[in-house]
Write a protein that binds this ligand. Structure first.
Ligand code: ATP
Ligand code: LTN
Length: 332
């Protein structure tokens, strides 16, 4: 038996990956990837809960795969795959839909946010989105789910649905735990630091993208919203812009908040923003260069997602078979 703990996480190919998803999620994926049995998924089925251009979705899915690898995920040591390639996700999601309650799904903040943003397309998939996410996680009997703060509620729902199912049928599912970074769990928009940096944000100036050129990254940091004081001090409540920049800098330059406050004591925000921008340029440079190189290797990328889907399917089939048996479906 495999004694290693299992990790599952995924990101939707619904836009360009941002610095937020890197610091909130992918960075932890890389840390965990050496020690654990990891499944990292590109959740294209989740992405269509918001209308997507088909050609763009296809292109972004492959780009995201190249970016996962470029961030440091070794496809030999991790199972990297595309959600729609493993049909068990949709199959388990259907079963779990019958064990998730309308009331609990109605309380999901992401559903409320996305319904407000897509008022003309509040489809049933958007509503049951967290159930598909629960299926993703539970299929692999994951112990840990490394995500940003905004996904904590969905992992909690996953636990509730799993416990409800286990309560009826016995120990079918492992109950997963969210794994959220202490610093960087919620990176804010550079232009409106009271809202989360998000790839589907309408204001691209608020976002830093993994594939962005150094000059564009620097421009966004120079324009970042600050406040009317001139003190670099960590105080998220009263100084959301500066605190967000400090968070980014502390991870990118590997410095504590106290060190940063000392470094910029008596200096203006201009110097600080330049330093943050430069640290992010250097953090992202190798990722962008490696992703650009990999994107030209179409045959290699194809071999990665095909092998990933095969491995994932084998593991997912075991859980699905058990679930089908438990609920009373006749075996084939
Ligand atoms: P969308 O705008 O399409 O909802 P998003 O930019 O919010 O996308 P997701 O695909 O929802 O990003 O998230 C990918 C992963 O990155 C999740 O684990 C999420 O919690 C994390 N994440 C996303 N944005 C941030 C952020 N600003 N700060 C920290 N973590 C984040
Ligand atoms: N809902 C997540 C993406 C996602 C996910 C998952 C994350 C889909 N399935 C399973 C962790 C585990 C999001 O919007 N970021």
């Amino acid at each position: 038996m495999d004694e290693k703990k299992t990790i599952f996480s995924g990101i939707q190919p619904s836009g360009e990956l941002t610095l937020g998803s890197y610091l909130g999620a992918i960075k932890n994926w890389v840390t965990l990837s050496e020690e654990f049995n990891c499944y990292y998924c590109i959740v294209d089925m989740h992405a269509i809960t918001v209308r997507q251009d088909p050609a763009e979705l296809r292109k972004r899915t492959l780009e995201q795969l190249a970016q996962y690898i470029a961030c440091g995920l070794d496809p030999k040591k991790n199972t990297i795959f595309i959600q729609s390639h493993v049909s068990a996700h949709a199959e388990l999601a259907w079963v779990l839909n019958c064990y998730a309650m309308f009331g609990e799904l109605s309380r999901m903040t992401q559903f409320k946010d996305k319904s407000a943003k897509n008022a003309d397309n509040i489809n049933a998939g958007l509503f049951t989105y967290p159930v598909l996410m629960a299926a993703d996680i539970l299929l692999y009997q994951a112990d840990l789910v490394p995500v940003g703060e905004d996904q904590k509620q969905h992992v909690e729902l996953t636990r509730d649905v799993a416990q409800r199912f286990n309560g009826i049928y016995g120990e079918v599912f492992k109950i997963p735990e969210p794994y959220i970074p202490k610093v960087g769990a919620r990176i804010m928009s550079l232009t409106s630091p009271e809202s989360k940096m998000s790839k589907s944000d309408k204001d691209p100036g608020g976002c830093i993208y993994l594939m962005q050129r150094p000059e564009d990254i620097m421009r966004s940091f120079k324009r970042a919203v600050t406040d009317s004081e001139t003190v670099v001090r960590y105080d998220p409540e009263n100084k959301p812009g500066i605190s967000n920049l400090m968070t980014i800098y502390s991870i990118a330059a590997n410095k504590s908040f106290a060190e940063i406050e000392g470094e910029f004591a008596g200096k203006g925000y201009g110097d600080f923003k330049l330093a943050v921008g430069e640290s992010v340029v250097e953090l992202l440079r190798p990722i962008r260069e490696e992703a650009e190189r990999l994107l030209k290797e179409k045959a290699y990328l194809e071999s990665v997602y095909k092998e990933g889907a095969e491995r994932a399917s084998r593991s997912a089939a075991r859980t699905l078979r058990k679930v089908y048996k438990k609920v009373g479906f006749v075996g084939r």
